[in-house]
Ligand binder design. Structure first.
Ligand SMILES: [Zn+2]
Length: 141
């Protein structure tokens, strides 16, 4: 292969690469984009549709987690009318308590970790029991 051919091939490769780079698509409607290299949308309408959809998806996640947290709090409060009670863990689970979800934790000086859903918390005891507490101040138990 002489130098001339190799230059021609380089130019072809370069233009192919350029075409690939220019073949960018709108993130919303998937139409090819022209213009600035950092352009992501055809127009403001596509941009706002895209952002609205992203926001809707994230608030859907927030709403479903909030629903779990509220249900947990409701279950805990149903079984803790006096502000403190001991109950079998399986009872709470059967009522739908999802112990993975909580708003915060509180660790006592002794190292016991209470998990809270808002103002109701629970502590796993050594046996199959759970201690439920209501804590309005969120600092002392
Ligand atoms: Zn578009």
């Amino acid at each position: 292969m002489d130098t001339g051919n190799s230059i021609v091939i380089s130019i072809i490769l370069l233009s192919l690469k350029k075409n690939v780079m220019e073949d960018r698509l709108c993130l919303e409607c998937q139409q090819p984009l022209s213009g600035r290299a950092d352009k992501k949308f055809c127009d403001d309408q596509c941009r706002s549709s895209y952002n609205n959809r992203l926001n809707a998806d994230s608030s859907k996640v927030v709403r479903s987690i909030n629903a779990i947290l509220r249900r947990n709090k409701q279950i805990l409060s149903d079984y803790c009318p006096e502000g403190k009670s001991k109950i079998k863990k399986e009872k709470l689970i059967s009522k739908g308590l999802d112990s993975q979800y909580h708003t915060h934790t509180y660790t006592t000086k002794e190292g016991s970790v209470y998990r809270f859903c808002y103002d109701y918390g629970w502590l796993q005891l050594d046996n199959d029991y759970i201690l439920i507490v209501r804590n309005d101040s969120q600092t002392k138990i």
